[in-house]
Design a protein around this ligand. Structure first.
Ligand code: FMN
Length: 178
């Protein structure tokens, strides 16, 4: 059994997908992992659209603008993450704008999704590069709702190696203080 740290070490941005479809039950498990994530005031300011088939083709077109993210040609499924209005507790809302924490909430839930995918033998790539207006039109998302991320989801192509992580050294990014 893999520990959470094992999953963190093996999760990586996949840019070499196998086109084989992702089982519906696995996509449902990923939605559950996302749903269990914490959020400020438990506001859960998100909506996910799980795109496969024809809908995935529409998403692909929107994340490939300007020739970027071409590797998604082989990716069979995408989770489109839409930010919803966060309803915060009154005292919190008094001090902070309703959407202050929403992007963080979505980021945390994204980590849940990606680690759960790794646990299921799937691979992901978080995509911030997209034509959001085109995507909203294609998927019938209200123009005022931000699409924050698209999570490319599928199986890595056979032989795709686990890369060494390129990260700042601990001394540069953390301080241990008594
Ligand atoms: C908010 C966000 C947006 C990203 N957007 C893209 C993207 O559009 N295309 C892409 O190939 N990778 C994208 N990435 C992946 C990062 O490049 C990647 O996470 C980083 O280089 C670390 O590599 P690793 O995920 O393999 O550990 C994004 C990651 C995050 C967190």
């Amino acid at each position: 059994m893999q520990t959470v740290l094992d999953l963190m070490r093996t999760r990586q941005s996949c840019r070499n997908f196998d086109p084989r479809p992702v089982e519906k039950e696995k996509l449902e498990t990923l939605v559950e992992a996302f749903r269990l994530s914490p959020s400020a005031c438990n506001a859960q300011p998100w909506k996910l659209i799980l795109a496969t088939g024809e809908t995935a083709a529409q998403v692909r077109e929107c994340v490939q603008e300007g020739g970027r993210n071409k590797f998604t040609d082989a990716c069979p499924a995408f989770a489109v993450l839409v930010e919803e209005t966060a309803v915060l507790k009154p005292q919190v809302a008094e001090k902070f704008h309703s959407q202050t924490f929403a992007q963080m909430d979505i980021g945390i839930a994204t980590a849940h999704y990606c680690l759960a995918a790794t646990d299921l033998g799937l691979s992901t790539c978080i995509l911030g590069w997209m034509n959001a207006d085109k995507l909203k039109k294609a998927l019938g998302i209200a123009p005022e709702k931000p699409v924050r991320l698209v999570l490319a989801t599928g199986y890595a192509a056979a032989g795709d190696p686990i890369r060494t992580k390129v990260r700042k050294p601990v001394e540069e990014m953390a301080e241990f203080r008594d």
